[in-house]
Design a binder for this molecule. Structure first.
Ligand code: ATP
Ligand code: MG
Length: 499
């Protein structure tokens, strides 16, 4: 193992898993593809072995039969023998027991029986693959297929004292195998961890580490741009870093990104991903990508969309925001998928220009807009001039564009009263504060009553910007300055996980 393994964050998840093991509970880890389940599970296993807590990691994608399962289990156990955690004789004992008939059922029995004698936990990465493959084999095939495999595992968990940590891309894949959430295995897995994208800070950390390994050097600004474009998904970060060369400017980084979305590996990746959805699912996703987000409208325009929206939510592809009993909005959770869809001519929709993709649904600005929309109660934030500001809930949050100019976010407190937002990921200078003032003027000129102007700058404010804003406040302007740490609170409160 000569390769350098980079691993960032996931401290909370690791702590929680540790608790699961020490309380002899079981857990599911769920995330979309490439968000880092496998990396987390392997890292967890590694750290536990440092603490002499014994576990075996099994990648179910490599298992087609009972003997495959025992083979991989044996590989994991061998590592523990090398570490001196279990005795070589015990391994031999497993070999002996293995030599009898190796059906799927027997392999599972042996896994749990032997596991409970020698281990603290077993990890089954991509468990639904195992459930469906074993479900096609004897003796499960005749007994209800994958559901019978689930029931058997549940029984084994009842019998043997060992923690099972299982992962999958969505609860939906397990759900469709079990066909109902009351299936016994679901009840057994009381802890469900949803793995979110990495925060902006951790993305930047991962990018820095990976660049070091690759011997590529980039400016802070270019690194920040990559973090923004890849949206905290480790897999996207790693895919994209393959295209990055030393000294690229942020603009060149962005150009390379869109080039790849149009015709490179991102294009291939999302095309494949998209083709896996049913045609109605695809239709709904295309509508959502065009920012038609209101549930009632989608249901009116696409027959059958009601159940499909539900399924997409269960798959974790779509997020539902309930505004009131009658009004719900749906958003695509994976921003790169959304951006890719926007860049396509599909059905009735023409492709959207890169500039507009960026403004509409991509990057920091759109995260903030979504977070503002997602707030269902008010939240108090600290402004960078030392004041408190209470914002939200908002009825509606939009981006404004007209001949007069553009406003990053108009957040409606009532039909006619708005907060005006100017949003940037960079460190704001005096110019940004001036821009905020001019955006307020634009909003007022359209007849809206502007309650407050709020400048959000992820990397904070330059001294002169603070000074300038302070003088405006003294002169009576109702403006507020919000920086990264407060944005995180806002995003968290709205149930999102970025940045
Ligand atoms: N916390 C992390 N720190 C550093 N690298 C990470 C982290 N999480 C994931 N990665 C890297 O990102 C890539 C994708 O992660 P991983 O394979 O773990 O995702 P996954 O959720 O298991 O995806 P899949 O559903 O495709 O199996 C891998 O190259 C992995 O090493
Ligand atoms: Mg994986």
């Amino acid at each position: 193992m000569g390769e350098i393994m980079v691993f960032v964050n996931r401290e909370e998840e690791i702590k929680e898993l540790e608790q699961v093991v020490s309380s002899r509970d079981n857990a599911f880890i769920i995330s979309l593809r490439g968000y880092g389940k496998t990396a987390l599970l392997k890292e967890f296993n590694r750290r536990m072995s440092q603490k002499r807590v014994k576990g075996v990691y099994i990648n179910c994608l490599r298992i087609y039969s009972g003997s495959d399962l025992l083979e991989l289990f044996g590989e994991g156990l061998k590592k523990l023998v090398e570490l001196g955690f279990i005795k070589y004789e015990d391994l031999k004992d497993l070999e002996l027991r293995k030599s009898s008939i190796e059906t799927t059922k027997y392999a599972l029995e042996l896994l749990f029986e032997f596991g409970s004698e020698h281990l603290n936990f077993i990890i089954l990465d991509e468990i639904s693959t195992l459930l469906s493959r074993f479900g096609l084999k004897k003796p499960y095939r005749g007994l209800g297929g994958s559901k019978a495999v689930m029931e058997h595992i549940k029984g084994l968990l009842d019998t043997y004292d060992i923690t099972l940590i299982a992962s999958d891309t969505s609860l939906n894949s397990l759900f469709s195998l079990a066909r109902d959430y009351s299936a016994p295995l679901f009840k057994e897995m009381r802890r469900v961890l949803f793995l979110s994208p990495l925060s902006m800070t951790h993305s930047i950390e991962l990018i820095r580490e990976e660049l070091k390994v690759r011997g590529v050097s980039l400016s802070e600004d270019s690194i920040a741009r990559i973090a923004e474009l890849t949206y905290g998904v480790p897999q996207y970060i790693k895919m994209f870093l393959g295209l990055v060369r030393s000294g690229m400017t942020p603009e060149e980084v962005e150009e390379a990104f869109y080039q790849d979305m149009r015709s490179g590996s991102f294009n291939a990746y999302f095309k494949l991903l998209f083709e896996k959805f049913s045609s109605t699912e695809q239709e709904v996703l295309v509508f959502l990508s065009r920012k038609i987000s209101r549930g009632s409208e989608i249901i009116r325009r696409i027959p059958g969309a009601y159940t499909i929206l539900d399924i997409l939510c269960r798959k974790g592809i779509v997020r539902k925001i309930v505004k009131s009993e009658r009004e719900s909005h749906y958003l695509i959770t994976d921003k790169l998928l959304e951006a890719w869809l926007q860049l396509q001519d599909i059905g009735q929709f023409k492709k959207i220009s890169e500039r507009r993709v960026k403004l509409l649904s991509f990057g920091f600005e759109s995260i903030v807009r979504e977070a503002l929309l997602g707030l269902n109660r008010s939240i108090e934030l600290d402004d960078s001039l030392g004041r408190k500001i209470v914002i939200a809930p908002y009825r509606k949050v939009t981006r404004y564009e007209s001949a007069l100019g553009e406003i990053d976010a108009l957040a409606y407190l009532s039909k006619n009263a708005v907060d005006v937002y100017e949003i940037t990921i960079e460190k704001a200078d005096t110019e940004k504060v001036k821009q905020l003032m001019s955006k307020i003027a634009i909003a007022e000129s359209t007849g809206l009553s502007v309650e407050r102007g709020i400048l959000i700058a992820y990397q904070g404010f330059k001294k002169e910007a603070l000074k300038f804003a302070e003088s405006l406040v003294k002169a009576g302007s109702k403006i507020y300055l919000i920086e990264g740490s407060e944005v995180k609170k806002l995003v968290k409160e709205s149930g999102m996980r970025m940045p």
